[in-house]
Design a protein around this ligand. Structure first.
Ligand SMILES: Cc1ncc(COP(=O)(O)O)c(C=O)c1O
Length: 396
């Protein structure tokens, strides 16, 4: 025990939002003074099913009364329940799943699996990609700001332009273990893949034996208007990675693989103390019920269309500060002509929480519970702030 008083602080990796949150429910959060905010930040997209969704809370509470920890070496009823529910939403030819705690961890496992089954050591990722901050995930994350000072990375990665068919055909060859692909680039700026690009990518992976790792940590679980964002592209991943929204706020992620890959993985080749924790599985179980029973993808698609139409009107009338609307479903944003940090700060002061994507996109990741009044509030506020914005006011 320390006998002297010391003040312990969190390492300041996160840029402070200067806001103390005390409570959250549905699509809203409240600060310490009781002020309400429409939450289009949702903890980097996590609270997509709504904060403290009663179905998820109930499911976790029920599990807490039974068993709170068990590794996958033991069988549990909650694991059986989740496997049976997940099998309703997992692509048909994918038969094996492993649960983990964070998106980065799941990306790490996806890369390890590709390395193992192909015997190859090279990876291809895209410019503006984001796959996480642990060493494997960071090695396929593009932003030089995140990578600086952390090299060498475990495996060689080549970054090629997104949506560039020629780059894919000329770079992906028999030496490549896997290509990591976000159907909609989340942190990188909300660009989504074209059908033709995705089709070529799948064909090239098939022809060269490289695994196609589809990272749906941010876009998956209904946010873009389909359960999985890659369904818009009619492609089939070899390895699917998901996280964020699945647990309704409880930390959880998963890696799903095709039967042909899963059958080659052996006991002891990976593990995680907390991966597949019963409380996390209970959160997923509640999450899948909501996803299916409340038609979450459809609601996302409809609300996304309404919000997108409002954002397009803003872009048309604020051309001095805006470029275009980006994203899909409820993963939307406006590309500004400058760094949106100051705009985000002003919106926060006026009751709307949102975040940045890339260097210039004002990003909105609302809950699927966002309603017409919320869309009106959100779009009128963004319009008010942007139409009065003096270009010289906006950051670098
Ligand atoms: C597409 C994608 N992959 C991976 C990650 C990493 O997830 P986590 O922060 O849970 O490790 C993120 C996080 O934003 C992401 O957007």
């Amino acid at each position: 025990m320390n006998t002297i008083d010391k003040s312990l602080r969190i390492i300041p990796f996160a840029k402070p939002r200067l806001l103390r949150l005390s409570r959250a429910y549905g699509q809203y959060v409240w600060d310490e003074t009781g002020r309400k905010y429409l939450d289009c930040h949702t903890g980097h997209g996590v609270a997509f099913l709504g904060h403290r969704n009663p179905k998820i809370v109930e499911s976790i509470k029920r599990q807490m009364e039974l068993i709170m920890t068990a590794t996958p070496a033991f069988q549990t009823d909650i694991a059986d329940e989740v496997l049976s529910k997940l099998s309703r939403i997992i692509p048909g030819d994918m038969d094996y799943v492993f649960f983990l705690n964070s998106g980065s961890e799941a990306v790490e496992l996806a890369m390890k699996i590709a390395r193992k089954v192909t015997g190859r050591k090279r990876f291809i990722a895209f410019r503006n990609s984001f796959h996480g901050r642990t060493m494997g995930a960071l090695s396929v994350t593009w932003n030089p700001k995140y990578r600086e000072g952390y090299d060498p990375f475990p495996w060689e990665t080549k970054f090629i332009p997104y949506n560039d068919i020629d780059a894919v055909t000329s770079t992906v060859d028999e030496s490549v273990a896997a290509v990591l692909f976000e159907p909609v680039q989340g942190e990188g700026g909300l660009t989504h893949a074209t059908q033709e690009f995705a089709r070529t990518l799948t064909e090239v992976c098939e022809n060269t034996g490289a695994s196609l790792i589809v990272d749906e940590v941010q876009a998956g679980f209904g946010r873009t208007g389909k359960v999985w964002a890659h369904e818009h592209l009619n492609i089939r991943p070899d390895i699917l990675v998901a996280g964020k929204s699945m647990g309704g706020g409880f930390p959880v992620s998963m890696v799903v693989v095709k039967a042909s890959i899963g059958e080659r993985l052996r006991e002891g080749e990976h593990g995680s103390t907390h991966g597949g924790n019963p409380l996390a599985l209970a959160a997923i179980s509640g999450g899948i019920d909501i996803l299916i029973n409340d038609s979450v993808p459809l609601k996302s698609s409809l609300s996304g269309e309404k919000l997108s139409a409002e954002l397009k009107k803003i872009v048309e009338c604020c051309t001095h500060v805006t470029r275009e609307v980006k994203g899909k479903g409820l993963m939307l944003g406006i590309e500004l002509r400058f760094n949106p940090d100051e705009v985000i700060r002003e919106l926060q002061m006026k009751g709307l929480l949102c975040l940045k994507a890339g260097t210039s996109v004002l990003r909105l990741l609302p809950s699927y519970l966002i309603n017409d009044d919320d869309i009106k509030f959100c779009s009128e506020l963004i319009n008010e702030v942007l139409s009065a914005w003096k270009p010289e006011k906006g950051g670098s």
